[in-house]
Design a protein around this ligand. Structure first.
Ligand SMILES: NC(=O)c1ccc[n+]([C@@H]2O[C@H](COP(=O)([O-])OP(=O)(O)OC[C@H]3O[C@@H](n4cnc5c(N)ncnc54)[C@H](OP(=O)(O)O)[C@@H]3O)[C@@H](O)[C@H]2O)c1
Length: 260
């Protein structure tokens, strides 16, 4: 599908999946608004995409963990006169370790980013898409959203929220001709694990995928108007085995997988 003349907003566009989403959408001729805290990598990416794909690219630095940041971003985009056709709600972070060892302000910032900002951006942009009876939204959940995972208690819970929110909204928005797709990646070669403070064990390394391949599965699923997709066969098998395993055992297995 050619996205010529359409505008895509990609959050978390300074590294990892966000960079890959931006490249894939620009390759389909979409104009882009890139959002993350670090403007340097986004400016570099923007130059690259303008040169390679001849698309318009705006860089909007923002800390989406700050309450009110989503509304402020929406206002800025409105002032630029841009109608967002595709929202890629990708910015997020993990935090690995025992819940009580984690600083409460870091937990709160992660919940604001992974959950509140995603909810607010989806609400603000879906409203506009419904009025125009067109649009796509991509939410990034995780394999860790499918079961409780000791060590990733809060992060996993934020991603379970994104997964359940997204699958419900897919059904609600469909009748307005607006599509929402949830992408659930497993372990992927980005800075995620480093930022989360998680070391990659043998099993995690065996499941590891390339960010470009995962992002491509997500964009294709979104353009095909799918409700939800788990990236990769191995990750699909993990989700399937979850369906067949008692919940308490799922948690024990995930704990073992992550602690090595
Ligand atoms: N990689 C994996 O194994 C994996 C698996 C499942 C799900 N995911 C999900 O995939 C998404 C992207 O992560 P990634 O793997 O690409 O990790 P990443 O390389 O660390 O990228 C995270 C992106 O989010 C942005 N971000 C972080 N905090 C932010 C804030 N407060 N405000 C605005 N932007 C912020 C970062 O930019 P700045 O630092 O410049 O702000 C960066 O662009 C996340 O939602 C993550 O939960 C990742």
């Amino acid at each position: 599908m050619n996205l010529n003349g359409k505008w895509a907003l990609v959050t978390g566009a300074s590294s990892g999946f966000g960079v890959e989403f931006a490249k894939l959408l620009a390759a389909r001729s979409a104009n882009l608004v890139l959002v993350a805290r670090r403007s340097g990598p986004m400016e570099e990416l923007a130059d690259n995409l303008r040169r390679t794909n001849g698309v318009q690219v705006m860089v909007e630095p923002a800390d989406l963990s700050v309450p009110g940041a989503a509304a402020e971003l929406k206002n800025k985009i409105d002032r630029l006169g841009i109608d967002v056709d595709i929202l890629v709600n990708n910015a997020g972070r993990g935090l690995y370790g025992e819940f009580l060892d984690q600083p409460l302000d870091t937990i709160t910032a992660m919940v604001n980013l992974n959950l509140m900002a995603v909810t607010e951006l989806t609400h603000l942009f879906a409203q506009q898409m419904i009025n125009r009876r067109t649009g796509h939204i991509l939410l990034i959940a995780s394999l860790l959203g499918y079961q409780a995972t000791p060590g990733y208690a809060v992060y996993g819970a934020t991603k379970a929220y994104v997964l359940v929110l997204g699958e419900a909204l897919h059904a609600e928005l469909k009748k307005h001709n607006v599509n929402l797709t949830v992408l659930s990646p497993g372990p992927t070669e980005t800075s995620f694990a480093h930022v989360a403070g998680q070391r990659n064990t043998l099993v995690v390394r065996a499941l590891m995928m390339e960010p470009g391949a995962v992002a491509s599965l997500g964009v294709n699923a979104m353009l095909q108007r799918k409700s939800s997709i788990v990236a990769g066969l191995m990750n699909k098998l993990v989700v399937l085995s979850d369906r067949l395993t008692p919940r308490v055992l799922q948690s024990l297995i995930m704990q073992k997988v992550l602690s090595g």
